[in-house]
Design a binder for this molecule. Sequence first.
Ligand SMILES: Nc1ncnc2c1ncn2[C@@H]1O[C@H](COP(=O)(O)OP(=O)(O)OP(=O)(O)O)[C@@H](O)[C@H]1O
Ligand SMILES: O=P(O)(O)OC[C@H]1O[C@](O)(CO)[C@@H](O)[C@@H]1O
Ligand SMILES: [Mg+2]
Length: 320
Amino acid sequence: MVKRIGVLTSGGDAPGMNAAIRAVTRVATNIGIEVYGIYDGYRGMVEGKIQPLTRRDVSDILDRGGTMLGSARLPEFKSLEVREKAVEQLKKFGIEAVVVIGGDGSYRGALALTEMGINCIGLPGTIDNDISSTDETIGFNTALTTIVDAVDKLRDTSSSHHRCSVVEVMGNRCGDLALFAGISTGAEIVITSETGFDEGEVLDRLREFDVVKKKNHALVIISEKITDVEVFARKVSQHTGFSGRATILGHVQRGGSPVPADRILASRMGEKAVDLLMQGIGGQCVGTQSGNIVGVPIEEALNMPAKSRKELQNLFDRLV
Ligand SMILES: Nc1ncnc2c1ncn2[C@@H]1O[C@H](COP(=O)(O)OP(=O)(O)OP(=O)(O)O)[C@@H](O)[C@H]1O
Ligand SMILES: O=P(O)(O)OC[C@H]1O[C@](O)(CO)[C@@H](O)[C@@H]1O
Ligand SMILES: [Mg+2]
């Protein structure tokens, strides 16, 4: 049986990563497995930034945002030569298996390492909710809460000034943060890569909200990487009765204390990762499906089509 495992966080940090590190460390050490923390993601693995983690080391982190292990993006990890250096380091430290907490990119690294003989289990730590093999990713609910809090405040000032707030949210290419926030805040318009963006049509709809529906304000929530929201807000001012203002929420969406749902999700997933490794399983990622914790082959997870959001999009449209 495996005697020593590593744990790392990789890609963009996400609230709840610390809760996952704690769960992996506590569940493993409680059954006599040694746990080593690998600092700064795959970069730290290659550089040997590795230290033992005791149960005391993970005290008082459950409620903290960010990741105590640090995170990084190391594009060079795609190269076999670089990964070979990482495997050498793991062997030097006697680490036989690793829990990788990160997004889809981190999963690819975990799969590549498993193929090189180091069993890895992926945990979905990303605010983007862009991993199809799980209903929710660790950090998504906290980021959503942060967005809703900010948009509720923007609504107050927008109503007072007959303004249209154009709010850009993260999500990489996934529209979940925008759509879920749109439903939660009663936004007028949500724009994601799934809905597409027809600027003329959005301006027409805003005019209708102003002239026909006599709305005091309008909220437009738009996913990042779709358009320049500053430019678009100026067009709102020029072509509609609303005065347009852009707000890019940016990295505040990644910070903050994880909401209880993320702490629970991370704890359940951390436990499952240790259980899978103890069974000698690697190359899988942990997810929730209809509320149940499951292990799914990483390759399968990465090839699953994106979740359809048609039903939620229709709901949003019917609520406006
Ligand atoms: N094809 C790959 N092979 C090996 N390693 C990879 C591969 N793709 C990504 N990685 C590693 O995973 C790291 C994190 O990937 P990426 O930057 O895509 O973030 P992520 O894990 O998807 O998280 P997030 O999207 O939430 O920021 C990369 O910097 C790289 O070190
Ligand atoms: O922090 P960085 O490297 O600017 O990355 C930003 C990206 O990371 C995420 O926050 C998480 O994947 C995305 O939503 C965003 O596109
Ligand atoms: Mg990603």
